[in-house]
Design a protein around this ligand. Structure first.
Ligand SMILES: Nc1nc2c(c(=O)[nH]1)N[C@H]1C(S)=C(S)[C@@H](COP(=O)(O)O)O[C@H]1N2
Ligand SMILES: [Mo]
Length: 403
């Protein structure tokens, strides 16, 4: 029998297992319960699921299969899916903290492993927890465009997502009976209130502490506040409370935020140089000066710009249909077209477009009724529907019409 005075409550409810070292921490039952863990865990599971699916949709824009080009409709598709991705990712942070808090004492289970299966199960949870923390952590830093690491964010974020979802499915399968039981348990009731046949542990549960319902309300409120204060960077009605939005469309020049300025991209001089030419290569290559470009028949289109970081803004664009130039260069609707920026380097100086996006794409010269600013891609930029912001290449100078 453990000689520690904490070993057991007066009611004898909390017998500690034999062999437990005296320094091993002891947790009261407190307000932690399967009812809370199952509820918070379910909400977290839904957030992770939505975040995973929308994340895959976004990843597809980076690496589409040749036979299945990115669709061009609905035009707001990427705006919705990436907005959802970022909101559910951020919402999962308070949910994850509440969930980990609710199971924290299990970390100190004694004995640490009862069997090989139990050890493997705990290992899979360790993988799930650590992968989840890194995944939401680097996602958050990416929104803040702060990269204090050397690895490729896109690759790590993508592959870790599979690790998280894989170990999450395993976790749900293993815990299903407990999840069911927990969801069926009522939440209400202060755990410190005496229950039939037992008394509370006065040492570990301070009187007047938070109730189980209080924990759920706090966790839910945290998630709700994060959702509301993030959504405003994409949903205009919520704009006044977009406290967590990193970019503010309403305070941006021409109403569209700028991720990378012309100065950051090193194109300030090149973009305004009188020697500017748009070179179009293909079976019948040609060149256009800016005057010639502007003399071409223009069209106007309303298309949102939606950044992978979650902000988005509706905008009106005036420009030339990309297909007009592709046809003139000897290409057709099935061509694969690569557009290159004046930017000397950087991962987003080139992008490829094909299929229905190519059909719908505009080479824009004007944004919201005015000439593009240099930061928005003057003299010429790409804009296409349902397309990730990163691939709406700015400062275009070269268009390659391939087969
Ligand atoms: N050449 C080039 N084009 C670019 C970028 C870039 O870094 N270089 N950034 C992209 C990103 S990440 C986004 S979200 C959009 C933003 O366009 P905006 O600055 O006009 O809002 O431009 C895209 N076009
Ligand atoms: Mo972006």
């Amino acid at each position: 029998m453990d000689s520690s005075p904490k070993a057991q409550t007066r009611s004898g409810r909390r017998l500690l297992p034999a062999g437990r070292p005296p320094f091993w921490p002891v947790f009261g039952d407190g307000v932690r319960s399967e009812a809370i863990t199952a509820r918070v865990g379910s909400a977290l599971g839904i957030a992770f699921g939505l975040c995973f699916v929308t994340g895959l949709l976004s990843h597809y824009q980076y690496a589409p299969w040749g036979w299945l080009p990115i669709p061009a409709a609905p035009a707001w598709g990427y705006r919705l899916s990436q907005g959802t991705h970022v909101i559910t990712g951020l919402v999962s942070i308070p949910l994850l903290i509440t969930k980990l808090w609710s199971v924290f004492p299990k970390l100190f289970e004694w004995p640490p492993a009862r069997s090989v299966v139990h050890a493997l199960e705990r290992l899979s949870i360790a993988v799930l927890v650590s992968a989840s923390l890194v995944e939401v952590g680097i996602g958050l830093l990416n929104i803040l465009t702060w990269y204090p690491w050397r690895f490729s964010f896109i690759d790590v974020h993508h592959w870790l997502a599979w690790v998280v979802i894989g170990s999450l499915l395993l976790h749900i399968a293993v815990k299903l009976p407990i999840i069911r039981r927990g969801l069926a348990d009522p939440v209400a009731g202060r755990i410190t209130a005496p229950e039939a046949g037992s008394e509370p542990d006065p040492e570990t549960v301070p009187a007047g502490g938070i109730t189980r319902r209080g924990v759920l309300i706090a966790g839910g409120a945290g998630a709700g506040i994060v959702a509301l204060t993030t959504a405003g960077q994409a949903l205009t009605p919520l704009h006044p409370v977009a406290l967590l939005g990193v970019r503010d469309p309403q305070r941006a020049p021409l109403g569209v935020p700028i991720n990378r300025t012309a100065a950051q991209a090193g194109v300030r001089q090149l973009a305004v140089a009188p020697t500017y030419r748009l070179r179009v290569t293909g079976p019948t290559p040609f060149e256009l000066t800016l005057d010639e470009l502007e003399a071409l028949p223009g069209v106007q289109r309303s298309l949102p710009i939606a950044c992978v970081e979650g902000w988005s803004a509706g905008a009106r664009w005036i420009g030339v249909e990309l297909m007009d130039l592709v046809t003139r260069a000897g290409g057709n609707a099935d061509s694969r077209v690569v557009l290159t920026s004046l930017e000397p380097d950087g991962p987003y100086r080139r992008s490829a477009i094909s299929g229905s996006q190519l059909h719908a794409a505009l080479l824009a010269t004007h944004l919201n009724g005015q000439r593009l600013t240099v930061d928005h891609g003057y003299p010429l930029r790409l804009i296409a529907p349902d397309r990730a912001g990163v691939f709406n290449t700015k400062w275009l100078t070269r268009i390659e019409v391939g087969r």
